[in-house]
Design a protein around this ligand. Sequence first.
Ligand code: AMP
Length: 435
Amino acid sequence: MRGNFNKRPGSGFNSGSRSSAYGRGFGRGGGRGRGFTGSRIDESKFINKATANNKAVEYAPTHEFSDYAIDQQLKNNISEKGYVKPTAIQDKAIAEILEGKDIIGMADTGTGKTAAFLIPLIDKVIKNKKEKVLIMAPTRELALQINAEFRDFAKGLGIYSAAIVGGGGMREQIMQLRRGCNVLIGTPGRLKDLMERGHIGLAECRNVVLDEADRMLDMGFINDIKLILGKMPQEKQVLLFSATLSREIETLSQSFLKNPIKIETKLRDTSSNVDQDIIRVGMAEDKTEVLHNLLIKENFKKVLIFGTTKMGVERLSNNLNARGFKTVSIHGDKTQSGRQLALKLFKENKINILVATDVAARGLDIPEVSHVINFEIPKTFEDYVHRIGRTGRADKKGTALTFVGGKTAAKDSASSGAGRSRHFSSRSFGGGKYR
Ligand code: AMP
């Protein structure tokens, strides 16, 4: 039987306004208007040698997946995914969640936190198909990544999810909701929209996950989150995951969590696997040219380039395409299907250069990124740490390079550069204009 989130008629909501997404500083810059800008981060913080012994100390879990009193098919699905033993966050959180406790999990992406909340919640739904689960995540990509993982774990179990993300087709999402589902995974803005339109009712939903809660607050989702949580029953299980524990997170948890168990897992310093250095560019020098000369090097195998603005990112991606590199871009001005396709092509190594705003800095699990390049300096040091955390994953060594100084030519007319690239085909994807 499919659960359903259909809203009872007649209970409209007032709007909770949301401030814009990435305009504000993360952490330090909060509340200061234009806030703490990248140019004020000490350059020395962008230089660091990866520690020689960069292998994380292997975590010895106290549980095995087979120990948990969870459904056998769910166990089969876990091993089919190749998970042999729980990661630290799974080891510490799954048993507590199975007991119905509220959790504050201090864990970043890459630690296995998605399975830490999905496994016990899926089991809860298997045991009572009337249970409903709401999972909120800051970005569409992260929500869709969680949904993909949900589908793997839920195989053959007769429980269903709907992904409710901004940018995706609203009608298709409404159809999914009408068909009924046990698990809703979405971004707060779109969830609120569909609640207000009467398509989502949360009066029966007693399980909620706030994933990357710090990021959601930084993106200005606080009012939406409070509004959504306020529509759920008083008695509910709340699981909050956050990489940092700010005052705002504490306040949120005091309002909505009951006697939460705090779980902290830090296997290693995120950046200890990453060789970090700066690329100093003369004031009159063209940064794109310098970047070009890096990208043609053999060891720049899979490169994630960060810019700050949506326009700047799109322009850089187009300029690199015109120079003969194959790139895709991801930023808030692209359609959701364009963003998903770009990410897929990059993840699957079909395209080896992704140019992105900070929308790709957190949460995304992209294998084998050899280099992160900060073409523009991030707004805050926290953003920097998240950006460079996209490389050096799974105990591999990565490299992060940060451009300092230089200028970007307003119009890059380097199309004649096609063919200069040794390692990237001169064909630009989709004629250089990616959709
Ligand atoms: P996450 O932090 O949830 O984004 O997970 C990071 C990566 O670790 C994903 O690729 C997961 O598939 C993988 N992963 C999660 N749990 C385990 C596990 N117990 N064993 C092996 N890989 C895992």
